[in-house]
Design a protein around this ligand. Structure first.
Ligand code: ADP
Ligand code: MG
Length: 334
């Protein structure tokens, strides 16, 4: 009995060594992998190791999550919900958990964050990188808007029912954050305690650098070259997520129309903000809050942030004025 127990412990150690992060004596060692998932460039870096196996596992996880949460992948949980015509759909635990969190953020933001925004997104049809599009007709917007209401998403355990059969959901405002958190959990479980997860600019730092210093994460200056930084923040076990008007948008008659929509009127949010950056321990929170606070605007958004422990925000206006939450400057590096 005792011998058997010893054997299983050894087997476990061996498997951790095979797939986990074995540290090299060289603290400058890093290993990275880049790919395209969730409509965006994804890059992962492990520090203090040369092990590639955990990175490859993370990319398999990305594939799994994409096949659950994508709106366009046929057969995904979200696809099934959107094609259910109001019938109950049983989804994975992960999808149910994420939808619950998204609904919680709808309540907290008084409907500013709303995953039933999908019919409006279909209408506006913003495309990544290509800044092309047409403003939809006002009556089409009204019709799509009549199906936008997070209260029509009923979640009972892992069963999702759309109370309005013409409603549909889109997790684009929260899924990257959620997936980043799941990748972090996986890496930590494999003893990879120092890593940088970048899902299309949605950043999650795992631990600290092997030399004990913090990761430095740049906050981009809106409307400028991507390497121009407005601020740099020092992060250990922190996520940094920005929502802005300058990535997914098109222009018509000299006016810019971007991809963060106001569930109150069906149009891109216009409140003088160019970007909102959130700093928080969990990336799911940073992602949902960056979108929610963008819709809420500087005043109400800041009000919400100040009620949340350990979460900071930077609001940047079109004139590049910076409005920070009370604890934000503790993270900035000048
Ligand atoms: P990105 O993911 O492009 O970096 P965000 O996190 O701000 O930026 O998410 C914007 C995405 O969120 C949109 O592309 C759309 O999928 C979705 N979305 C747009 N408006 C809302 C809203 N009011 N509530 C929830 N999700 C939204
Ligand atoms: Mg977001």
């Amino acid at each position: 009995m005792k011998a058997k127990k010893q054997f299983s412990v050894l087997a476990l150690t061996a498997s951790v060594l095979l797939t986990g992060c074995s540290l090299t004596p060289d603290t400058n060692a890093t290993v990275s992998k880049t790919g395209f998932f969730l409509d965006t460039v994804v890059s992962l870096t492990l520090y203090g190791t040369k092990e590639e196996a955990p990175l490859n596992e993370c990319f398999l996880l990305l594939e799994t999550y994409e096949s659950l949460l994508s709106r366009t992948k046929e057969g995904s949980d979200v696809w099934k919900i959107n094609h259910s015509n109001g019938s109950p759909v049983v989804v994975s635990d992960e999808t149910a958990q994420l939808i619950q969190t998204a609904l919680d953020y709808s309540v907290r933001s008084d409907g500013a964050f709303d995953i039933t925004i999908a019919p409006l997104l279909d209408l506006w049809n913003f495309k990544p990188e290509q800044h092309e599009g047409t403003v939809p007709d006002a009556d089409q917007i009204q019709e799509a808007l009549s199906h936008v209401d997070y209260k029509n998403v009923q979640l009972d355990g892992t069963t999702v029912t759309l109370l309005d059969p013409q409603a549909s959901i889109d997790l684009g405002g929260i899924a990257k954050g959620y997936i980043a958190d799941r990748l972090r959990d996986y890496l930590v479980s494999k003893s990879c305690g120092s890593a940088l997860i970048n899902l299309g600019g949605n950043i999650l730092t795992v631990g600290e650098k092997p030399d004990g210093s913090a990761f430095r994460v740049g906050i981009r200056k809106p409307f400028s070259e991507s390497d121009k930084q407005l601020e740099t923040v020092a992060c250990k076990d922190r996520s940094v997520v920005t929502s802005g008007t300058y990535e997914r948008y098109f222009e018509q008659d000299g006016k810019r129309y971007h991809h963060i929509l106001n569930p109150a009127d069906g149009y891109p949010v216009e409140n003088g903000l160019a970007s909102v950056t959130i700093l928080s321990p969990a990336s799911t929170d940073a992602d949902a809050l960056s979108t929610a606070c963008f819709v809420l605007g500087a005043e109400k958004g800041l009000g919400l942030i100040e009620t949340l422990d350990g979460i900071e925000a930077l609001f940047v206006t079109d004139e590049l004025e910076e409005i920070a939450s009370s604890g934000f400057t503790a993270y900035t590096i000048s």
